[in-house]
Structure formats: structure tokens, C-alpha cells
Design a binder for this molecule. Structure first.
Ligand SMILES: NC(=O)c1ccc[n+]([C@@H]2O[C@H](COP(=O)([O-])OP(=O)(O)OC[C@H]3O[C@@H](n4cnc5c(N)ncnc54)[C@H](OP(=O)(O)O)[C@@H]3O)[C@@H](O)[C@H]2O)c1
Length: 436
């Protein structure tokens, strides 16, 4: 394992552990190197997570809390901590001041809509709870990645209450097989990393003349260890999770308009709290690629686009939502980190079974998909949009969340994810990137 001594503290911190540390502090430090992150966290009194392989003497100010849900194996981290000694470390840059994003320039007031409304549902509610009494007969739905994991749960649940669901999948044959037996579903070829494929999906749907009542932008490209790029050179998670869905949403606008009342739901993640948009380098061109930052950035983008979409299109009856499903260990997306990592994260037990504790963010697929379905259908949201949802309610805004641990996965929305100026900026940047 690679690690080095931090001279100011005498505490040895592995790169992997630093990655976990970053979860608590990286809103201010994501441009910094790992050493700075570690120093900052220690200075702020935040516990350092140290791998068991480190000598016990190093545990003076450490805790044994597990890594976050996205903490990677050590060898995935391209770490500037490896080798060398602390005296050669460049000085830490000053942390940037946290932006207070919901500041309204006109009124000077802080405004935001992130107030729980007391829906009566809980973190343990399932898709069936949400859809009880809801009839979607005659409604059309598009779900990207609707053939697997949370998307499949949502597809099945929505179809069961009468919706016709079109699933976008890279591999339609595989998707059709996964959805065998579900009524009122069809599959369209859709690769979110391929603009031509997205255009073709859009053309097929719009040319069919069907209105689109619910668009669920759910698919996500899993963090590759090394930076992945699409044919345009765009970083793969930003390209698929955000830009691909943005292109899809813009293309489907005529069908959304034709519904005379439509919702766009972006499946996001609690990881949004871990990174703002890296405005200077969203595609990680300067060699600082970190798969987890890239994932977090793409999930922040999902929230920001929901915010801006709602601002732009609400007057036309098209509302935008971002839904965090919770942590669902059972899906391919989550389990791809490997059993050891999932165990260390407190997501599976010794025998490999998912640990289900919805109040601490750990959910079954039916519980996880519920917030997506809630965003897509709940009459309780009829008068509000542009919000981040968690546990089947509007999330509170919380910029002071504790670090994610094996015990607790807090996932409230943070300011950078709902900043209206960032939302507009990202929308405009994304339009330019699609045209480039
Ligand atoms: N599970 C969790 O703990 C968790 C936590 C927070 C947020 N989420 C979010 O929940 C959503 C669903 O994830 P999941 O957990 O249900 O995992 P999943 O079953 O692996 O779903 C991911 C889906 O995305 C599709 N996809 C990936 N790249 C694509 C591309 N380039 N074009 C089109 N489709 C693509 C995959 O299709 P293939 O089958 O072709 O690979 C798959 O259907 C994601 O947005 C994820 O970020 C999950």
C-alpha cells in the first residue's frame, strides 16, 4: 500500500483513506491535492479514516469508521501522496469560499425550495406504497436504463399501474430479456455516450407522435478507474450521466410539451454533495482525474439541470426533479465496486447479504426506486419543481453534513447543487458542448 507521513500531524494516511476524508471536506478542497485535504480535515477536527493495515501507533486522531459508499480500492487512486516526503509537498492553496448559491441578486434574500413537506412517506416506503391509488393509464414514460437495477423496479411499477414505458438501453436484446413478462414496455436503442444514438432515439419517439408525460433520466456510467472519454473527448461520466441525458431531454421537448403536463426526473445521488461542477476543467484534462469526483460532478449536474429545467419550462407545465434513491447495494452499479469494498462500506454483511437500514440510507431496490417514482408521479409535488428529493420528500438544504461513514450515509442536498446561477451556467455550457 502507498502511504506517507504527514509531517504536521505525524499521522499516516493512506491515499484510499484520504479519499474517504475528502467526502467530508471536498466542497472546498476538490481542486487540492490529497495532502491538503488531509491537513484540512485534521485541522478541522474531522476524523481520519485509516486502513487497518496501518500501524496502530497512527491512530492517535483516527477513527475506525468505514469508507464512504464510493470510496475506492487504493489502487484506483492516482495519488500524489505516493512516495516522496512531506517537505516536498507544494503549499496548500487557500480553500475557496463556499458560494451561497441561492442568493437572489434582485432581492438580496436567500431563497430556496428545499424544505421537506411532510409527505407521509418515509425512507422505508417502497414503489408500491408510492403508487397505491395512482392510475397511469394512457401515460407515456421513458426510462433510461429501465431494464436493470432501480430503473427496472421503476419500469415494472409504473407499467403495473397502467403506464406505457419506453426503455432506453445500449443493448435492446438484453434489455428486452430482462423485462420479459412486463406489459406495456418497449425498448429503444440508446447509448448516452453516442450523440447519434441519442438523436435516433429522439427521432423515433417524437416521430411516433406520442406525448411524453414522464421522462426518467436514470442511467449512469460507472466510474472507471482511468479517465474514460467519448468520441468528442468529453469525460465519460459527465458525457453519459449528464450531457447525454441533457441532449435526450432537449430532443424530447416537443413530446413533453405535447403531454400538457409532464415531469422530468433526473436520478441523482447523495454524491452530489461531494463536488461542485469543476468549471475550469469538467473533463479532467489536466491529469487530476478522480473517478469519484467525476461521478459526483455528474450527479451534481443532474440536480442543477433539474433546477434550471424547472425554471425554464415550468410555465409550459414541464417540471424538473432530481431524486436520490439512497444506497442500494444490490444493483450492478453499486456491487461493481466489489464485495470487499461494499463490506467495508457497511453495505453488505459477512455472508454478502445487503444490510438494509433505510433510515441510515441503505435500501432495498423497491425502497430506492420509490423516490424516483415519487418524483415522477406524486400529486404532492404538483405545485413545486426544481427540487432535490430524498426519502420520498423534498430534502432539506444542509451544507454541514457529517462525513459519510459505514454507519451513516447522509445525503441531503448542498448549496452548490441547487445554485440557480450555476444551474443556468451549466445549461448554457451544456448547450455549447453539444454544439461543439
Ligand atoms: N445503487 C445505488 O446505490 C445508487 C445510489 C445513488 C444513485 N444511484 C443512481 O441510480 C441510477 C441507477 O443505478 P442502479 O443502481 O440501478 O445501477 P444499474 O442497474 O447498473 O443501472 C445503470 C444503468 O445505466 C445504464 N447505462 C450505463 N451507461 C450507459 C450508456 N452509455 N447509455 C445508456 N445506458 C447506460 C446501464 O445499462 P447497461 O445494462 O447497458 O450497462 C444500466 O441500465 C444511476 O443514475 C445511479 O447513479 C444509485
Amino acid at each position: 500500500m502507498r502511504y506517507r507521513t504527514l509531517s504536521r500531524t505525524g499521522i499516516e494516511v493512506s491515499p484510499w483513506a484520504s479519499g474517504a476524508l475528502m467526502l467530508g471536506v471536498n466542497r472546498r478542497t476538490h481542486h487540492d491535492n490529497w495532502i491538503c485535504i488531509s491537513h484540512r480535515a485534521l485541522d478541522a477536527g474531522i476524523n481520519v479514516v485509516v486502513r487497518a493495515a496501518l500501524p496502530p501507533a497512527s491512530s492517535a486522531r483516527t477513527s475506525a469508521v468505514g469508507p464512504s459508499m464510493i470510496a475506492p480500492p487504493a489502487d484506483l487512486i492516482p495519488s500524489p501522496l505516493s512516495g516522496g516526503d512531506a517537505s516536498t509537498t507544494p503549499p496548500c492553496p487557500e480553500p475557496q469560499k463556499a458560494v451561497r448559491p441561492t442568493h437572489d441578486d434582485r432581492t438580496g434574500l436567500m431563497t430556496h425550495k428545499q424544505h421537506p413537506i411532510g409527505t407521509g412517506f418515509t425512507a422505508a416506503s417502497t414503489v408500491d406504497d408510492i403508487l397505491a391509488g395512482i392510475d397511469l393509464t394512457g401515460k407515456n414514460v421513458v426510462v433510461t436504463g429501465g431494464h436493470s437495477g432501480l430503473g427496472l423496479v421503476a419500469t415494472r411499477a409504473l407499467a403495473e399501474v397502467g403506464a406505457s414505458v419506453t426503455v432506453g438501453s445500449r443493448n435492446p436484446d438484453r434489455a428486452a430479456a430482462a423485462m420479459a413478462g412486463i406489459e406495456r414496455v418497449e425498448v429503444g436503442q440508446l447509448d448516452l455516450l453516442d450523440p447519434t444514438s441519442i438523436d435516433a432515439f429522439v427521432t423515433r419517439y417524437v416521430d411516433s407522435g406520442r406525448p411524453l408525460h414522464i421522462l426518467i433520466n436514470n442511467a449512469a456510467f460507472l466510474a472507471p478507474a482511468e479517465v474514460g472519454r467519448d468520441a468528442r473527448g468529453y469525460e465519460a461520466q459527465f458525457a453519459a450521466n449528464h450531457l447525454g441525458h441533457f441532449q435526450l431531454t432537449l430532443g424530447l421537448l416537443p413530446a413533453l410539451r405535447a403531454a400538457h403536463g409532464a415531469r422530468v426526473v433526473n436520478t441523482t445521488s447523495g454524491a452530489q454533495r461531494m463536488s461542485d461542477i469543476l468549471w475550469d476543467d469538467p473533463h479532467f484534462t489536466t491529469g487530476r482525474y478522480d473517478p469519484h469526483l467525476a461521478y459526483a460532478q455528474s450527479k451534481t449536474a443532474n440536480v442543477l439541470i433539474a433546477v434550471e429545467l424547472d425554471r425554464r419550462w415550468a410555465a409550459e407545465g414541464i417540471r424538473g426533479y432530481a431524486a436520490h434513491p439512497g444506497v442500494v447495494a444490490a444493483t450492478a452499479f453499486n456491487s461493481s465496486v466489489g464485495a470487499d469494498a461494499q463490506r467495508a462500506m457497511g453495505l453488505i454483511d459477512e455472508s454478502g447479504r445487503p444490510i438494509i437500514d433505510p433510515d441510515r440510507g441503505k435500501k432495498t431496490p423497491q425502497q430506492g426506486a420509490s423516490t424516483i417514482v415519487f418524483a415522477a408521479t406524486s400529486p404532492l409535488l404538483a405545485e413545486i419543481g426544481g427540487v432535490y428529493l430524498n426519502n420520498n420528500d423534498i430534502s432539506q438544504l444542509n451544507d454541514e453534513q457529517p462525513p459519510v461513514t459505514a454507519q451513516e450515509v447522509s445525503a441531503d442536498v448542498v448549496s452548490h447543487s441547487i445554485d440557480p446561477r450555476s444551474a443556468q451556467r451549466l445549461w448554457e455550457l451544456s448547450e455549447r458542448l453539444l454544439k461543439a
